[in-house]
Design a binder for this molecule. Structure first.
Ligand SMILES: Cc1ncc(COP(=O)(O)O)c(C=O)c1O
Length: 488
């Protein structure tokens, strides 16, 4: 079917949508937006938990300065137990590979290792970190692995499994594995998995990742020709899942794909890796009310094929009801049982959670530097601490520790950089915000510290909070850290 052209986005009267009549109500909606009742209940719980630790947070700010990230040891433990516990109950041969990219703080990585997690890495530094910290099982996934990274993985192939992303990468790996130099050093075969993109054939959004399913047979044949390589597993990853449906669909596709292969190709198959993407509860999302969200909706409406899969439903994104992780575990285990039945053997099940473990485990703490006017304040930390403009579409609970409340007060909480979009939010829990007040923003541990921008300000320090003490676990970035390697 020929594709219709996407029409330009128009306002109500067919005028260009940049007209003020169209934009003004959207802006008003953003300003007036409040989380849903269900989310308010959750946020109330976060406020209560944060206030219970108020004295320690104040002590930490006094001793280590603001802005800062704080890792809450108890929270981290509870997230790991919640996730791994749920899946272990349903899938006995499950292995949990913590996605370093969600938060690469060495202390956190070491802690999750002590709790039994394995390592999921995506680049040179993450791989070096996993080896240094002493992980015995490391999965290496990423769409652009270079030869330096592949060589390090080969040298440590007793510990590292490489999830191959594309045929060119596989051919490069295969060539590297022929090198006598490398072969002398290790007696093991280099184990590979293939990341497949089950959606490749039907949509564009995630087509960057993974081997096209129709190329799987060719990929296995390249491996089979090299005596130093062994194909052991299949992987997929899909992000931001509030329910298990995408996993179930992908496992079905994997099942069909594997059954389409000659039986002898499957003899060494040992694992299925279902990736990460388990969305944590309590992140209210404003997408629908934002110009960006409006745009996506319009595009969806105007798309010629209503069943076309964008990889996510833009309308669903605003539905903040995340199913309990227990539901994911039980439904995924049922679908896996069907796969194992069809295959005639059980596989190890690898999971790569990042956000689910990291999000609730850390908070951001900033201090109010100036009260600009009725509408806004400026704090000493901003979006450089998280490395994107997420607060345009996500709601982060900001708590004024000096004058807290369970009610929201309107005020734009700006960061300190020369960027007009540098803000944490447009409301805070509390009252009477004033210069010097400490603001805590819980649930900011995922894709924040690991994505932080070096824009203007130093990367803040990281503090560990245990039951009754605070401890500096990463110093604030220094001038030397940032410019030491530069030629002047
Ligand atoms: C291959 C892979 N595994 C795991 C993850 C972690 O995902 P999440 O943090 O959503 O659990 C990602 C995130 O992009 C990924 O690309």
């Amino acid at each position: 079917m020929a594709k219709k052209k996407i029409k330009p986005i128009c306002g109500k009267n067919g005028k260009n949508s940049s007209s003020w009549e169209d934009v003004a109500p959207v802006l008003k909606k953003i300003w007036d937006w409040k989380p849903k009742k269900a989310n308010m209940d959750l946020f109330n719980q976060y406020i209560k938990e944060t206030l219970a630790k108020k004295e320690l947070i104040i002590e930490s700010a006094r001793r280590f300065g603001t802005p800062q990230y704080i890792l809450d040891e108890e929270k981290l433990e509870s997230r790991v137990k919640l996730f791994c516990g749920a899946f272990r109950r349903y899938i006995k041969n499950s292995y949990f590979f913590y996605a370093f990219k969600s938060n690469d703080l060495p202390w956190q990585i070491k802690k999750v290792k002590e709790m039994g997690m394995k390592a999921d890495v995506s680049g040179l530094f993450e791989l070096q970190l996993a080896l240094k910290i002493g992980f015995d099982k490391i999965i290496f996934t990423g769409p652009g692995k270079d030869n330096e990274e592949l060589t390090l993985a080969i040298k440590n192939c007793d510990r590292v499994i490489i999830n191959i992303d594309n045929i060119n990468e596989l051919e490069r790996l295969s060539d590297l594995c022929k090198s006598d130099e490398l072969l002398k050093k290790n007696k093991n075969k280099v184990r590979v998995g293939f990341r497949i993109n089950p959606d490749n054939l039907i949509m564009q959004t995630w087509s960057k990742f993974g081997i096209d399913p129709i190329e799987l047979k060719k990929a296995i044949e390249i491996v089979n020709k090299n005596k130093n390589l062994e194909w052991q597993g299949i992987q997929f990853h899909c992000s931001w899942n509030m329910n298990p449906s995408k996993y179930l669909k992908n496992i079905k596709i994997v099942s069909q794909l594997l059954m389409s292969l000659p039986k002898e190709y499957l003899v060494n198959l040992k694992f299925i890796d279902i990736g990460g993407g388990f969305y944590p509860e309590g992140t209210a999302n404003l997408a629908k009310y934002m110009p960006k969200g409006t745009l996506v909706e319009s595009l969806k409406e105007q798309c010629d094929d209503p069943s076309r899969d964008f990889g996510f439903n833009p309308l669903e994104i605003v539905n903040e009801e995340t199913e309990p992780i227990e539901n994911f575990a039980s439904e995924i285990s049922e679908e896996l049982k069907k796969l194992f039945g069809t295959l005639g053997k059980e596989l190890d099940v690898f999971l790569e959670p990042g956000r689910f473990i990291s999000l609730h485990s850390s908070m951001i703490v900033v201090r109010v530097m100036s009260v600009k006017n009725e509408r806004s304040v400026i704090t000493d930390g901003g979006v450089s601490m998280v490395g994107d403009y997420r607060y345009e579409i996500e709601f982060a609970p900001i708590i004024n520790l000096n004058n807290p409340s369970y009610d929201l007060t309107k005020k734009i909480i700006y960061g300190p950089t020369c960027d007009p979009n540098d803000y944490f939010g447009k409301q805070y829990f509390g009252q009477g915000i004033k210069e010097g007040d400490l603001l805590a923003i819980p649930n900011q541990g995922a894709y924040t510290f690991s994505c932080a921008w070096k824009f203007i300000k130093p990367i803040p320090p990281y503090v560990l909070m245990t039951k009754n003490k605070v401890l500096l676990i990463k110093k604030r970035e220094s001038f030397e850290n940032r410019y030491g390697a530069c030629k002047f």
